[in-house]
Design a protein around this ligand. Structure first.
Ligand SMILES: [Zn+2]
Length: 261
């Protein structure tokens, strides 16, 4: 059966003498594995279309019951050009594609995730993303995958916690603890404002992450010291949550982390 779709190229490797194995995140069918016959042999066939981070239009043939689909035709919607301009851009793009690749199963349709990935790659082509931007997209992806940490209510007793009291985070339970529940349970204590700040960035998908610095944002982030502390604590919360609950360590994130300092 022949399918037409849009896709983001997640991964590519040579296969045999002249073929390529590709993983795509498609708009309508989620992640699929594909083979591109003759892709290494002929310069013209698929030219540079099947490169990671490209947004493409693709026609593929699927045999019933077979895992790999065969790419018949592909053309570019948006190239990855710009991402190669710095290691930071490349590792940011690699981190988000790895995120989508490793946290989804084959053929799980997720239109929001497709659009989020498309958007973050487009953004990464244009400039180097700040940590605030990275955090915003990380949260957005976790949300579309249904893995959002609980920043609203105590993960043990279920009570809502006042903004200024959101200081205890349990990595193991994946969210905040109220003061009563925090004493017997393992957790770490963060500065007042860090957890509401992360939640706020996660909820403001359409606003610039930089707005957290302004008057409307978090009043306690008044100078660069506050911002640095916020970033350090937010990273610890997010890294702990992801490695504990999703049981993945992203290779690309290690590079990105070293570049972020
Ligand atoms: Zn509680």
């Amino acid at each position: 059966m022949l399918h037409k779709d849009e896709a983001i190229v997640l991964f590519k490797r040579a296969y045999g003498e002249s073929d390529k194995i590709i993983r795509l995140f498609t708009l309508t069918s989620g992640k699929i594995a594909a083979i591109a016959k003759g892709a290494s042999k002929s310069q013209k066939r698929f030219a540079n279309t099947l490169e990671p981070f490209n947004h493409i239009r693709v026609e593929y043939f699927e045999k019933f019951g077979k895992g790999l689909v065969r790419i018949d035709n592909a053309d570019i919607v948006e190239t990855n050009s710009g991402i190669e301009r710095s290691l930071r851009r490349a590792s940011t793009a690699a981190f988000f594609t790895e995120f989508a690749d490793r946290l989804t199963k084959d053929r799980e349709r997720n239109i929001d995730l497709f659009h989020t990935l498309k958007e973050v790659l487009l953004f990464t082509k244009q400039r180097e993303l700040s940590y605030m931007d990275i955090l915003r997209y990380e949260l957005k992806m976790l949300e579309t995958l249904g893995y959002m940490p609980n920043f609203t209510a105590c993960v043990y007793c279920g009570k809502n916690v006042k903004e200024e009291m959101k200081v205890c985070f349990s990595r193991e339970r994946g969210g905040i603890l109220c003061s009563a529940c925090s004493s017997p349970l393992p957790h770490r204590v963060y500065s007042a404002g860090t957890i509401p700040g992360i939640a706020r960035i996660g909820n403001n998908h359409h606003r610039s992450a930089f707005e957290v610095h302004d008057k409307e944002g978090l009043p306690y982030m008044q100078d660069t010291g506050d911002v640095k502390r916020f970033e350090r604590e937010a990273r610890e919360i997010m890294e702990g949550f992801i490695s504990f609950h999703l049981d993945v360590e992203f290779k690309s994130y290690r590079i990105l982390k070293s570049l972020m300092g």
